[in-house]
Every structure is written in structure tokens, then in C-alpha cells.
Write a protein that binds this ligand. Structure first.
Ligand code: 6PG
Length: 265
């Protein structure tokens, strides 16, 4: 399917601002195909230019279809040995939990492609101490990227989703992690879920070369309208706070999710 994605003509609406490109796809399938194209392009370009591709996968349910598409169609055409997989957030559960973002990505993609196991970096969310898990993951990131003290590792691609409340990764509205300015990965208490989550901070997300949001479904329409056209502060809709300082931001949304946006957006 991806072979024809390259030449697949989709009805897309494009809106490019100084900092973000909003691409409206017609159907969820168009959305996943567009996302697959972006991932494949970023992977090939990164490996060509820098010898490797570093990606942080998003969790939840939306990306499962993207991962399945990639596994089914790009298994033989990507430089898997030079691709390194991280996770932008994780639930505070073991890797075999049905809630685990790692489990979802492993089942739909990572176990189905020839990526070396050493290229996959799950968040150690089985640790009962969420803060210790976050600190361990931050150390693993800094060790992998060999980032000088005070500098922030720069992912080639960070995939993000958005919840109906405007959260992204595990940066929930008015949660403490939104105020974090020095850490890369933190344990974030999510009151409404009565649990910790482990998440990239905005500092780490906004350091990326490319951030791609995948937003599908009518339940996301009110939050998407607020992100693009509303006046609420970013603390109430954390997805508003994602703006890569020296990178590209692409929003891939389907028609249902975009249904409350004005024509101008
Ligand atoms: C998670 C995700 C989260 C997700 C949004 C959207 O751990 O759940 O990282 O940020 O992207 O909640 O989830 P859906 O795609 O399931 O709507």
C-alpha cells in the first residue's frame, strides 16, 4: 500500500504558519498513509545525512494503525539497523500490561520488523518508583545521544497524539510536568487518572528536528479547535505548547477531528 502512497493523490487541505503545518486528510486511512510517508521520508533523510534515525513513538490507540501499516509495507525498505526507537511517554505499568505503550508498539511494529533489539529503548515503567524510572530513562537518553551537559538531545522525529482534553504525551492539563524546564523525562502525577505517567518534557519535545501530531476522530474536534483557534492558555491545552524551536511541526488530522476548525485553518 505504501508503494502507491507515494503517488496516491489525497484531498488534503494545507495550512502552513510560521511554526506549524496543518494537513487535513479526508479519512483515517489517508491520515495513516500520510504519517507513514512522513516517517519513511524522515528515516531515510536522517540516515543519509547523519547515519542514524532517532524516533520517539507515541502511545494510545491512534498510532497502532500507523505502526501496522509500516510493518506491513516498509519492512523491507527501511534502514532498520540505523533506526533507534524511544517512547515519548509511558503508563506506569509493566511492559506486558494491556495499557503499555511499549506493548502496543511492539505488537504492531517492533516485533514485526528487523530492527535490532538493542535499538529499542523502552521506558522502565515496571519500576514501582515512577520518578526513578523517569530518571533512569533520562540517563539512558543522555548516554545514547552523548549530549554535553546543559544541551538537549535532538530527536529526528517525535510522534505525538492529542487527547480530547488537549493533552499530549503524558503532559496533561495543569499538571506539574508542564512547568519543568531542566529535566528531559519526568514522572507526572495525573490527578484525573489517579496515577503517575512517565513523559518527555516540553523542553525535550521542542528540541526535535520534526514533531508530527496524529489526530483522528470527532472526539478530538473541540480540542483541535481550541489549539488552533481558541484563546485558552496552553496550560489548559498542553498540545498548544508544542513548538519545536529549531524544527518542523506537522499536524496530520482527519476530517472528523478537523470538523470544528474554521475554513481558514
Ligand atoms: C498515551 C499517549 C497519549 C495519546 C493521546 C491520544 O500514552 O495515551 O501518549 O498522549 O497520544 O491520549 O490517544 P488516542 O490516540 O488513543 O486517542
Amino acid at each position: 500500500m505504501l508503494c502507491c502512497v507515494e503517488s496516491h493523490e489525497r484531498k488534503v487541505g494545507r495550512f502552513v504558519s510560521a511554526s506549524a503545518e496543518l494537513r487535513k486528510l479526508t479519512t483515517p486511512q489517508d491520515l495513516f498513509q500520510a504519517a507513514a510517508e512522513e516517517l519513511i521520508h524522515a528515516a531515510k533523510e536522517s540516515v543519509t545525512e547523519r547515519g542514524r534515525f532517532t524516533i520517539a513513538l507515541s502511545g494510545g490507540s491512534t498510532p497502532r494503525n500507523l505502526y501496522t501499516l509500516i510493518a506491513a509495507n516498509a519492512s523491507g525498505s527501511l534502514p532498520w539497523s540505523e533506526m533507534f526507537f524511544f517512547f515519548g511517554d509511558e503508563r506506569h505499568v509493566p511492559a506486558d500490561s494491556p495499557e503499555s505503550n511499549f506493548r502496543m508498539a511492539n505488537e504492531s511494529l517492533l516485533s514485526k520488523v528487523p530492527v535490532p533489539p538493542g535499538n529499542i529503548f523502552p521506558i522502565p515503567a515496571e519500576n514501582p518508583d515512577a520518578s526513578a524510572a523517569a530518571q533512569a530513562y533520562e540517563k539512558a537518553l543522555r548516554d545514547f545521544f552523548a549530549t554535553p551537559a546543559g544541551e538537549i538531545p535532538r530527536f529526528d522525529l517525535i510522534l505525538l497524539g492529542m487527547g480530547p482534553d488537549g493533552h499530549t504525551a503524558s503532559l496533561f492539563p495543569e499538571s506539574a510536568a508542564l512547568q519543568e524546564e531542566s529535566r528531559l523525562v519526568v514522572a507526572n502525577w495525573v490527578e484525573k487518572l489517579n496515577t503517575h505517567r512517565i513523559t518527555f518534557t516540553l523542553s525535550l519535545i521542542n528540541a526535535a528536528r520534526l514533531v508530527v501530531f496524529l489526530v483522528s476522530g470527532i472526539d478530538k474536534a473541540p480540542a483541535l479547535h481550541e489549539v488552533f483557534e481558541g484563546k485558552e492558555p496552553g496550560e489548559k491545552y498542553p498540545s498548544k505548547l508544542v513548538h519545536p524551536a529549531n524544527g518542523k511541526l506537522i499536524w496530520l488530522v482527519d476530517r472528523a477531528a478537523a470538523s470544528e476548525l474554521s475554513a481558514a485553518a
